[in-house]
Design a protein around this ligand. Sequence first.
Ligand SMILES: [Zn+2]
Length: 403
Amino acid sequence: MTIDDAPREALRGNPRELLRWVATGAAVSRADLSRLSGLSPSTVSQRVEALINQGLLEEAGAGQSRGGRRPRQLAVPTGGAVVGAIDLGAHHARIGTLDLSGRVVQGRTLPVRIEDGPETVLGTLLAEVTALASGGATAASGGAPGASLASGGAAAGALRGIGIGIPGPVQHSTGRIVSPSRMPGWNGFDVAAFCADRVDVPVIVDNDANLMALGAHRTAHAEMDHAVYIKAGTGIGSGVISSGQLHRGAQGSAGDISHCRVVADPAPLCSCGNAGCLEAVASGAALVTALREQGVPVSDLTGVLRLIDDGDRHATALARQAGRAIGEILAVVVNFFNPQVVAIGGRLADCEPLLASMRATLYERCLPLATQTLLIERVATSQDIGITGAAHLVIDHVVSAHP
Ligand SMILES: [Zn+2]
């Protein structure tokens, strides 16, 4: 082992990782876990017993016999316990329940008016998610399309926690929202305290880019230690995975690239009061504003994407400019942080001209050593990536609360 391997080695075989190996099918027995982790059979047994006692693992039937005693097979319980998840956007929220391996049990999309304020919006979504978890449906969502119940549904009281993603900066230690751009009435709102008064399970709050990063990392790049995920939609942000873990920094603002300055002349004014921020140049909202200023009658990001698909030259030029701006900021991030993968998600990830310029700028501006083996790709499109990340926030919390 070299010194460089030390931080990752220290994490090897932690309860979270044991759980993940069982959840992904990489391990079905204590012997498998011992082999994968390099831990002694007695240490593995101890950790597995603890996970079984918490209801996070169960023993199912008997494994293949190699003579002697049949090894007991391990599995992640799928019947009872679930995690609730809310991925809040400006106009819609994706809510769901997921099992303890992070698989979606039920998912629903609900319309949201963020300007109705935190009490109304979060109160409604919490009620919806707890109703889903207890196997019922509230009047607002009953029979909604896209809803699906797993066999038997989820038993009441089996909810282990709720993960919530907010489209704005969240102070991690308190769960409080701090100066969000497009969320009037939400500044300073204590999401964690509001939820704690209403549900009696742990509630973990984070920003939407971190949720996407965690969801994408656990489903697509779990074996990669260092990754950067860009969420480019109406707003723009990023989430960082370092040594296999979500890196939040001191306050929870790590990865927030939205107000990094990019050169633009004339520099458009940003919602934060500065000029020339990445968000004011390259976000979906910025593209809408810029096109309208050119006299193009477009009202939202959907309209912009349609124009780009149709080959409109104004919209396409703006998308390329946005891609270059994102690439310039990302080049600094990649040179500094040296990730194995940079993946872009959100609605702008489907915009080919933007992606092409982002990629070209990254290669142009990065050190050869940083890009030699760097993967640059799209986050697999899924409406459930955010709630998957939200569920993993809770699963990590539940597991690490019982080392
Ligand atoms: Zn700004």
